[in-house]
Write a protein that binds this ligand. Structure first.
Ligand code: PAF
Length: 382
């Protein structure tokens, strides 16, 4: 695992990876790593050829009265956690390296940065967007991984990539929770035992809101929100910053719940401000990503009555298994996987008439990954 401190060295390293045709998965963090971060990193490692993690407590996203100085920092502990999970590069710049001229030109995310968390943290999302833009230019990733815990941040980053034309796929990963439901966060380190227990009220309120919508069929968002507020207020150590039920694109409050919505809460527990959320659609599905439209819902590889892909493979390999079971060893896994890979990639490329960008989107893999697979599997594009 390489640890890199300068922008020049990181850019040179990334340029090298790209020249070799290796896809780069990037997980930006502010350190004090916990299982939530590690889940993003494992996903990047599984989906990309190279994994880069940045650790940088970014001063421009903290307000003057906020916790920049006391934000938990544990670089040695972080590196220890990263070594065994197959991270290739850790980028750990100093503030002077990232902002040698101050922050003279910055990114303004507009109105979406002034609602929800932006109301009580003015300028926060401009700071996030500015540092993420810089990190994208330094690391040059193909895919970047963010946690759904910071739901507003993830929506803003997707918009940043869309509006400023970064050729980067943004992957939003599910919230990782403690067994008692508390969403993992570096700021949980601030909590006393008593506060940690009190902090479970955020998840309880979200679960309660979810139940009102999905089990009790309530569609009046104001009513659900009020009841969630009442529940949080019953916890003596909790002080509400906001409870909102918003649409998942513009993050604006809805009156009636239809289509995907996000239940978002920000609550002070003692001196610690915690956030949490839950995305729900009215068919009752909860999860990371709102369903992206009816088109996707219509496509189901597991239609009743249609044999599953696994079923086809088992049927096809049945006779073959009898033959190979006499052998000591055989490369069955790799042979089958590369045959399946080759045939789906060839099929999708035929469908897109050789357009690799479209093919990579339909396959759900990165363009560079597709390019290297085409080469490795010897796929001919007609
Ligand atoms: O989510 C975070 O940890 C930070 O906001 C990020 C994306 C690393 C930018 O500093």
């Amino acid at each position: 695992m390489e640890v890199i401190k300068t922008i020049r060295d990181m850019q040179a390293m990334s340029r090298g990876f790209r020249l070799e045709g290796r896809s780069i998965g990037f997980v930006p963090t502010m350190g004090a790593l916990h299982e939530g971060h590690l889940s993003l990193i494992r996903r990047a490692r599984d989906e990309c050829d190279v994994t880069v993690v940045s650790i940088f407590v970014n001063p421009t996203q903290f307000g003057p009265q906020e916790d920049f100085d006391r934000y938990p920092r544990d670089p040695e502990g972080d590196l220890k956690k990263l070594r065994p999970i197959g991270v290739d590069v850790v980028f750990m710049p100093e503030v002077q390296e990232m902002y040698p001229h101050g922050a003279s030109i910055t990114v303004d995310v507009g109105d979406i940065g002034r609602i929800l968390c932006g109301k009580s943290r003015p300028g926060h999302f401009n700071g996030v967007a500015t540092v993420v833009t810089k990190l994208f230019n330094i690391v040059m990733p193909d895919r970047a991984y963010f946690g759904q815990k910071d739901f507003q941040q993830s929506v803003i980053i997707k918009r940043l990539v869309r509006d400023l034309d970064f050729d980067i796929d943004i992957v939003v990963c599910p919230i990782v929770r403690e067994p008692n439901g508390l969403a993992m966060s570096s700021r949980n380190l601030y909590l006393s035992d008593e506060e940690r227990q009190a902090a479970t009220i955020l998840y309880k309120a979200l679960k309660f809101g979810e139940e009102q919508i999905t089990s009790n069929g309530i569609r009046d968002a104001v009513k659900v929100k009020r009841e969630m507020e009442r529940m949080i207020a019953s916890e003596p150590l909790a002080r509400i910053d906001y409870v909102e039920i918003v649409d998942t694109e513009e993050l604006l409050p809805v009156d009636t719940i239809k289509g995907p919505v996000a239940l978002c809460v920000a609550v002070w527990i003692g001196n610690t401000r915690l956030i949490d959320n839950m995305v729900i659609d009215t068919s009752g599905r909860t999860g990371t990503e709102p369903a992206s439209g009816s088109q996707r819902d219509d496509i189901n590889l597991k239609h009743p009555g249609v044999k599953s892909i696994g079923g086809f493979i088992e049927e096809r390999l049945g006779g073959f298994m009898k033959k190979i079971k006499r052998l000591e060893s055989f490369d069955l896994y790799n042979i089958v996987i590369s045959e399946v890979e080759k045939s789906i990639i060839s099929m999708v490329l035929r469908e897109t008439k050789g357009n690799q960008l479209r093919a990579s989107k339909l396959l759900g893999i990165n363009r560079n990954t597709l390019r290297s697979k085409i080469k490795k599997l010897g796929i001919k594009i007609r």
